[in-house]
Write a protein that binds this ligand. Structure first.
Ligand SMILES: Cc1ncc(C[n+]2csc(CCOP(=O)(O)OP(=O)(O)O)c2C)c(N)n1
Ligand SMILES: [Mg+2]
Length: 397
């Protein structure tokens, strides 16, 4: 026998369940189409469509990846502040949509090379959270076994992590030359900042790549500043997508993961068809200073940063769009946030406590091909045992 109260509560429960079920079905469409900010084109007659389709799985994946990078960078910042990370540390916070959009438009066989803002890229290319964070703290479980540190993270088809501004652009052209030479069908994306985009070596690389029709997309991540100098102050022409001159270019909203994916897919296909090289300017923003030691407030106002966070943040905007389009529910995203927080916290803790390599490993793996068994120290008479002891990096996929 049920009391009247129990019956009424049962009724209420089942009614609520029904509503939730209906909502869940309604709020889980399998795909939706979004209109992205128009592209700007240079020497390209017809650009990619501004109507972009995103499946529910893709939406969850992009949200997860962008949020993981943001959380991982927050952990890197905290580790730096507690002096567990020494040396440099350049955060990618605010720019996540560029990497996530590009990565989903290419294959893992394609090559990526970037500058020193490389933590997020390393993770996307397949290194685990521990592999990244433990590299920053100099631990054996880091992807370069703690020998590289923040600017020197690498894994298969990810060529770093380059601290010399602009150096990755000719290096990227070299990778693309190898891809063309071996008929691999693969392409390279070489990324640099707006500051680097004024360097001479960049234009030499554009020239050679155009002469040799290399399968490469040069991506200029225009985050508004090169250290403390705005792009407008440093560049006579800040329209970076046009700066390849004879190299066709495209401007894309780098705060919109779907726009970046769409533009990259479009250029990647043309590159594979032998129509490269291309320049892609991704308009983005960095929330933190140039590196963690720069408060980032002397050359721009706090209000400017807040305004970008409020109106253009790549994660918040994407989250709102996919909830509104009924691809996901906010509860599902909250659960993803909880999972990510847990994973990053665990990796952060390991990066504090995992062992460092023994000191003699400083002399190991100096050369890929060992010539003789020892190498000289600081004087020719000082000899150190040289061995190849490297293992595959800490990769999750
Ligand atoms: C050849 C060289 N010159 C100068 C520097 C010092 N430096 C490091 S980062 C940087 C600014 C680069 O700005 P940008 O290309 O816009 O990249 P962002 O830091 O904004 O990602 C400079 C001048 C360097 N590392 N290498
Ligand atoms: Mg910049």
């Amino acid at each position: 026998m049920f009391s009247l109260r129990t019956i009424s509560s049962l009724w209420r429960t089942s009614k609520t369940d029904l509503i939730v079920q209906c909502q869940q079905q309604k709020q889980r469409l399998s795909s939706a189409t979004f209109t992205v900010h128009p592209y700007k084109l240079h020497r390209i007659d017809e650009g990619p469509s501004t109507e972009v389709t995103c499946t529910r799985d893709q939406a969850i994946n992009y949200y997860r990846e962008m949020t993981t990078i943001r959380r991982m960078e927050a952990a890197a910042n905290a580790l730096y502040k507690e002096k567990a990370v020494r040396g440099f540390c350049h955060l990618y916070t605010g720019q996540e949509a560029v990497a996530v959009g590009i990565e989903d438009a290419i294959t893992k066989k394609d090559a990526i090379i970037t500058a020193y803002r490389a933590h997020g890229w390393t993770y996307l290319r397949g290194v685990s959270l521990v592999g990244v964070l433990a590299e920053l703290t100099g631990r054996e479980t880091g992807c370069a076994r703690g020998k590289g540190g923040s600017m020197h993270l690498y894994c298969d088809r990810f060529y770093g992590g380059n601290g010399i501004v602009g150096a990755q652009i000719p290096l990227g052209a070299g990778i693309a030359l190898a891809q063309k030479y071996t008929n691999s069908g693969e392409i390279t994306l070489a990324l640099c900042g707006d500051g680097a985009a004024n360097q001479g070596q960049v234009y030499e690389a554009f020239n050679m790549s155009a002469l040799w029709k290399l399968p490469i997309i040069f991506v200029v991540e225009n985050n508004g500043y090169g250290m403390g100098t705005s792009a407008e102050r440093a560049s006579a022409c800040p329209l970076f997508y046009t700066r390849g001159d004879y190299v066709p270019g495209i401007w894309v909203d780098g705060m919109d993961v779907l726009a970046v994916r769409q533009a990259t897919e479009f250029l990647a296909k043309m590159c594979r068809d032998g129509q490269g090289p291309f320049v892609m300017e991704a308009s983005t923003y960095r929330y933190f200073g140039h590196s963690v030691s720069d408060p980032g407030t002397s050359y721009r106002t706090r209000d400017e940063v807040q305004e970008v966070r409020r109106s253009r943040d790549p994660i918040t905007m994407f989250k709102e769009n996919i909830i509104q389009a009924e691809l996901v529910t906010s509860d599902e995203l909250k659960q993803i946030d909880v999972d990510i927080r847990k994973q990053v916290d665990e990796a952060q803790q390991k990066s504090r406590t995992d062992p460092e390599l023994p000191i003699e490993h400083l002399y190991h793996d100096v050369y890929a091909n060992m010539i003789g068994n020892d190498i000289r120290g600081i004087t020719p008479f000082q000899r150190h045992k040289h061995q190849n002891t490297s293992k595959p990096c800490n990769i999750t996929i």
